[in-house]
Design a protein around this ligand. Structure first.
Ligand code: KIV
Length: 271
């Protein structure tokens, strides 16, 4: 049985049910009202208002510059569009690493000012106290391990993480700590598929992968990548379902040509 289209509201319980019954979880990023509405109508399970907005919406090289106010703006726009899916919002860099009180205040601002259903933050042991504090205030938390883009200056590259035994062991340990601290799910980014499989099998909570292989409990992609709006980003894990970059460019060229040729508007397209 599949509850994908049956359920009126996707919650943390729905995702848990999906894991237990082997139904894969679908997740995409969204940052604005119009796209979020389309994804929700298509019955996406989870929308992530990712701090990748810093890259794909604002054109920054990393996720570091985006602010809490900007995340709240994006999340509010997404929330106004949806009626079924669960909406998770990233805590941006600098809004939770200081201490657990700061982390809680940031999470509360997101929940109060956007109406989102949960928050996501990056890291393991080092952010555990913050995670526990946020959860005890009633805010569901999604963890994020593996390639954590907010730490890009520590890693130095966006290459595959946890290929070495020591880093893989640390990731497994952190995954268990996140589950034990009460996270309702976990994102694993750009790690070997065998490690993704092991973590998904060991944890009871749903594990959602981006470049973590086929054995995890669900998949997430950045919407601009899935739709082919970005064209220079081609990691192995990415499948493009459209080539919107070319289609939008062609449509725009067609429009420009029509305007220049006085072919738009025509008699029927004016008052
Ligand atoms: O910000 C984001 O888009 C993310 C996904 C890559 C999981 O965190």
């Amino acid at each position: 049985m599949s509850i994908h289209k049956e359920v009126k509201r996707v919650t943390a319980h729905t995702l848990q049910w999906m894991k237990q019954h082997g139904e894969k979880i679908s997740m995409l990023t969204a940052y604005d009202y119009s796209m979020a509405g389309i994804f929700d109508d298509a019955n996406i399970d989870v929308l992530l208002v990712g701090d990748s907005a810093s890259n794909v919406m604002a054109g920054n090289e990393t996720t570091l510059p985006i602010t809490l106010d900007q995340m709240i703006y994006h999340a509010s726009s997404v929330i106004r569009a949806i009626s079924r899916c669960m909406v998770v919002v990233d805590l941006p860099f600098g809004s939770y690493q200081g201490n657990s009180k700061e982390a809680l205040n940031s999470a509360i601002r997101i929940m109060k000012e956007t109406g989102a259903h949960a928050i996501k933050l990056e890291g393991g042991e080092e952010v555990l106290e913050s995670i526990k504090r946020i959860i005890s205030a009633g805010v569901p938390v999604m963890g994020h391990l593996g390639l954590t883009p907010q730490s890009i200056n520590k890693f130095g590259t966006y290459s595959v993480r946890a290929k070495e035994e020591a880093e893989a062991a640390a990731l497994i340990k952190n995954a268990h700590l996140l589950e034990d601290s009460g996270c309702f799910s976990l994102v694993l980014e750009k790690i070997p598929a065998t490690l993704g499989k092991q973590v998904a099998e060991e944890l009871k909570i749903p594990v959602i992968g981006i470049g973590a292989g086929m054995h995890v409990d669900g998949q997430v992609l950045v919407m601009h990548d899935m739709l082919g709006i970005t064209k220079d980003f081609s990691p192995r894990f990415l499948r493009r379902y459209l080539n919107l970059y070319e289609q939008i460019k062609e449509a725009t060229e067609h429009y420009i040509a029509d305007v220049k040729a006085k072919a738009f508007p025509n008699e029927q397209e004016q008052y």
